[in-house]
Ligand binder design. Structure first.
Ligand SMILES: *[C@@H]1O[C@H](CO)[C@@H](O)[C@H](O)[C@H]1NC(C)=O
Ligand SMILES: *[C@@H]1O[C@H](CO)[C@@H](O)[C@H](O)[C@H]1NC(C)=O
Length: 186
């Protein structure tokens, strides 16, 4: 029995994906999609971030929906830690919620504080394949930390929100699910 347990542990180690030792820069100069992961929440797990046209050239960000909310977007880039699409960038601002103290993340060309990310190698929790996660660093010009979460929105979609560092609140009616964001090359 002891032997078999030991063997299982060995096999587990042997199949874990290999993390390259070279750290990634905070620029990704080739196209990617953003995949959302949280295996505890099948309604969002492994689905992609889509961009919905909004006023003034802005795009609002959604995952899922029936029918899908927002346009499939395969040409995102990362510039200095900022998720970029054509001439707009992911920022944090607006639609602040008093119930859980979260704030909207959306894309604009205006100068709102950006959402900053650090690409980091990790093993996919389902497939064990190497993946590049966009680890959330923080909101520009604000204390570092916090995370990105997604909360229920219209047509069974979820919208992207910023959960600030030190926050403990949650909205029982629109629970904001903490998610891992992954840059999937296209
Ligand atoms: C990225 O950051 C570098 C160093 O701070 C700066 O020189 C460069 O202009 C920035 N690039 C963009 C596109 O903001
Ligand atoms: C999934 O969401 C829950 C609730 O927000 C969170 O506690 C947990 O850390 C998340 N899991 C991952 C892997 O992000």
């Amino acid at each position: 029995m002891r032997f078999f347990l030991g063997l299982t542990a060995l096999i587990t180690i042997a199949t874990a994906c290999t993390i390259p030792s070279t750290p990634l820069s905070n620029n990704i100069a080739s196209n990617f999609r953003v995949q959302v992961q949280n295996a505890s929440y099948p309604q969002v797990h492994n689905k992609y971030m889509n961009l919905m046209v909004s006023g003034g050239g802005d795009r609002h960000l959604y995952v899922g929906g029936s029918p899908q909310v927002g346009d499939t977007t395969t040409n995102l880039r990362l510039i200095n830690g900022s998720i970029n699409w054509v001439s707009i960038n992911a920022v944090i601002g607006g639609e602040e919620s008093n119930v859980d103290d979260t704030v909207k993340m959306f894309m604009t060309e205006r100068g709102d504080p950006r959402a900053l990310f650090q690409p980091t190698y990790a093993c996919n929790p389902d497939t064990d394949q190497l993946q590049v996660e966009l680890r959330f660093v923080g909101k520009q010009n604000a204390p570092t930390g916090g995370w990105i979460c997604v909360r229920p929105s219209f047509d069974n979609s979820h919208e992207f929100r910023y959960y600030p560092p030190g926050n403990t609140k949650s909205d029982p009616n629109r629970f904001c699910i903490k998610v891992t964001l992954v840059a999937v090359p296209t």
